[in-house]
Design a binder for this molecule. Structure first.
Ligand code: SF4
Ligand code: SF4
Length: 140
């Protein structure tokens, strides 16, 4: 499934990727084989974790393989990037002339330091393609 977002993050999302799902299933098998549910509680509280929640998380990945992405209706309603791109009528921030100076990405940069660089690269490719098409138009 093709997922798209205004910031570009959904475009590279690995949710539902066959290799990822295979790894999750393998993890479930290992946990069963190791009987992890029998010994995880043996660790002191601060070193342990909620095994049932962990197992629920693995199941969640297997049952949530489909996601339309932020442009398909998911994503956070109050996201400033999403709101701004919609208000400007842009399909993605890579189409925005103010991308380089935009500070709406600050909340993403700790986890996704490359998010703006990737958009900028995409923007340069778009510009190069437009320029190429213009040149072709002029020579035909
Ligand atoms: S809601 Fe905002 S941060 Fe989330 S994918 Fe959409 S644009 Fe990106
Ligand atoms: S100003 Fe441009 S780059 Fe920044 S969030 Fe709005 S559309 Fe995206």
């Amino acid at each position: 499934m093709l997922r798209e977002s205004y910031c570009g993050l959904c475009d590279d999302c690995q949710l539902g990727h066959p290799e990822f799902l295979k790894t999750v299933r393998q993890m479930q098998e290992y946990l069963l084989r190791f009987r992890a549910n029998w010994w995880v509680h043996c660790f002191p509280a601060e070193e342990g974790f909620d095994f049932n929640e962990f197992r629920k998380g693995l199941e969640w990945f297997l049952s949530h393989t489909e996601c339309p992405g932020c442009k398909g209706g998911r994503g956070v309603e109050i996201c400033p990037i999403r709101r701004c791109a919609i208000e400007r009528g842009l399909p993605q921030c890579s189409h925005c002339p103010d991308l380089a100076a935009c500070d709406k990405f600050d909340f993403l940069l700790t986890e996704f330091p490359d998010v703006k660089t990737n958009l900028r690269r995409k923007q340069l490719k778009l510009k190069a393609r437009e320029f190429h098409q213009k040149l072709q138009g002029e020579t035909t």
